[in-house]
Design a protein around this ligand. Structure first.
Ligand SMILES: NC(=O)c1ccc[n+]([C@@H]2O[C@H](COP(=O)([O-])OP(=O)(O)OC[C@H]3O[C@@H](n4cnc5c(N)ncnc54)[C@H](O)[C@@H]3O)[C@@H](O)[C@H]2O)c1
Length: 255
């Protein structure tokens, strides 16, 4: 058989992006819309999700804004039920919603640990559990988990709870990728570092300049650069890439 891309059938896709109201999530929505997908934007900031949807899809024909706090399983279930009723469950899922948190290990409050893990990691598990069975049944699906350099080598700006949640996403990605590989569903992670978003800007211009100085390419990254990697992983052409973690970090860490 001649070498060929195993693209499978490529009907219009339904994507779900969590944490889509701003920053990297919003850029991922834009990239997936560009790639021809319909995109549901889930965020606890429903007004922000609606505003991003309206800006990126002025006709409102290819976006759907969903309000849910991903720490609350019942809210996620309700949002997914709303999506299922409107479009059907997604065949492309991007787990992007997260909170950051700093502090020294010995001083992390246990409730803050739980909150970070629930926001960043348990929500990823819940969305995968809820969405993957339909992908599996359809014989095609794409899951992309937005991890972080912190999950690979520990964070500098963030604490151990954030880093542990992101390391957990990377391992969850590999194990789920193996489980779903026979069914045409790929599961990958993207590990950004120092991307210019509201979360990074909150560190202040001096700290952002210091961070840029430490990066081999000499600047921080853009949300669009992360989104381009995500769009590739969600594409039909990425069917032979699974269980991978793609670094988008300006060379800050090389493996
Ligand atoms: N910006 C960076 O430099 C950087 C680096 C590495 C990894 N990341 C990862 O990229 C992703 C996006 O980061 P960002 O910089 O765009 O963040 P951001 O804070 O700008 O945006 C996060 C979005 O998630 C939403 N969100 C947060 N908690 C939520 C909750 N409990 N329920 C529902 N929605 C919630 C927020 O409302 C917001 O719209 C995150 O997973 C983050 O860990 C970012």
């Amino acid at each position: 058989m001649a070498d060929a891309l195993d693209t499978g059938a490529a009907p219009p896709r339904r994507a779900l992006v969590t944490g889509a109201a701003q920053g990297i999530g919003r850029a991922i929505v834009a990239a997936l819309l560009d790639a021809g997908h319909r995109v549901a934007l889930l965020d606890r900031d429903l007004d922000g999700a609606r505003a991003s949807a309206a800006a990126l899809d002025p006709g409102a024909s290819r976006t759907l804004a969903l309000g849910a706090d991903v720490r609350e399983p019942a809210q996620v279930d309700a949002a997914l039920a709303e999506l299922e009723a409107a479009w059907g469950l997604p065949d492309v899922l991007v787990n992007n919603a997260a909170r950051s948190a700093g502090g020294r290990v010995l001083e992390i409050p246990l409730d803050e640990w739980d909150d970070v893990l629930a926001t960043n990691l348990r929500s990823c598990l819940q969305c995968c559990q809820r969405c993957a069975p339909a992908m599996r049944q359809a014989g095609w699906g794409r899951i992309v988990n937005i991890a972080s350099i912190a999950g690979q080598q520990g964070g500098v700006a963030n604490g151990a709870h954030y880093a542990a949640s992101k390391a957990g996403m990377i391992v969850l990605t590999k194990i789920l990728a193996r489980e779903l590989a026979p069914d045409g569903v790929t599961v990958n992670a993207v590990a950004p570092a120092a991307i210019r978003t509201p979360a990074l800007e909150a560190l202040g211009p001096e700290r952002v300049a210091e961070i840029a100085d430490a990066i081999p390419v000499g600047r921080v990254g853009s949300a669009a650069e992360v989104a381009a990697a995500v769009a590739y992983l969600c594409s039909p052409e990425a069917g032979f890439v699974t269980g991978a973690t793609i670094d988008v970090n300006g060379g800050l860490s090389m493996r």
